[in-house]
Design a binder for this molecule. Sequence first.
Ligand code: FPP
Length: 246
Amino acid sequence: MADLLDRIRLNGDVPAHVAIIMDGNGRWAAERGLPRHLGHREGMKSVRETISAAVESGIDILTMFAFSTENWNRPRQEVTALMRLLQHYARRESDELKKQGVEVHVLGELDRMDESTRGAVDAIVADTRGGAALRLNLMISYGGREELIRSARLLAERVRQGEIAPHDIDESMLEATLFTRDVPSPDLLIRTSGECRISNFMLWQLAYTELHITPVYWPDFGRANLFEAILDYQSRDRRFGRVASS
Ligand code: FPP
């Protein structure tokens, strides 16, 4: 393990912002004949391990897709289990995250959450404010298309108020309306469980992000997997649509 971290440090170029689509909790549970919610519970251990590995590796921002707008359509029992898990996580992890210098932000359509989940989430955000080692974005009740619709509405309203003209709208003005307005785009996106798709995650922000897809189910993902993903990233040639530099 120290080996992987040494190699990352030797390469030098650690991605500043890593985003993760945590997938495969349900399949992990099904393969063991367990109910799905136990897969999510096991997935929480991977959340914990990945956050401390992110701190260790020197990543500045970690963004985790914890609950999508589409996830609201899952059976009520599973939605309730996920909300409970979030509450549990928020109440239990606050001290440890503070100790590690992790500042938690929660991004998404939070009004759809029930009151007690919302309260727990607001508390962890307030308690961890000022953490300087890592910014953790938990994406909850988040969908990329919904985020862009929200941006379109916000900009349309500004046009209606006469504050701006349609041709004033450019990339930076649109970016300023996104949930992620105060963070740069991810350098690296990790998706677990081998699915090769974006699934409505950060549609605008992922335009030039490097993708790392691993077959590992989220509950089996740990620090070595994060370090391998970083090493994979460090082997890429990022051109942003330009030709290779010589
Ligand atoms: C995808 O697995 C995972 C989720 C929908 C939820 C992710 C939640 C956690 C990892 C636990 C809680 C997280 C935090 C931050 C407290 P899936 O159910 O889609 O798996 P499947 O595709 O195998 O069915």
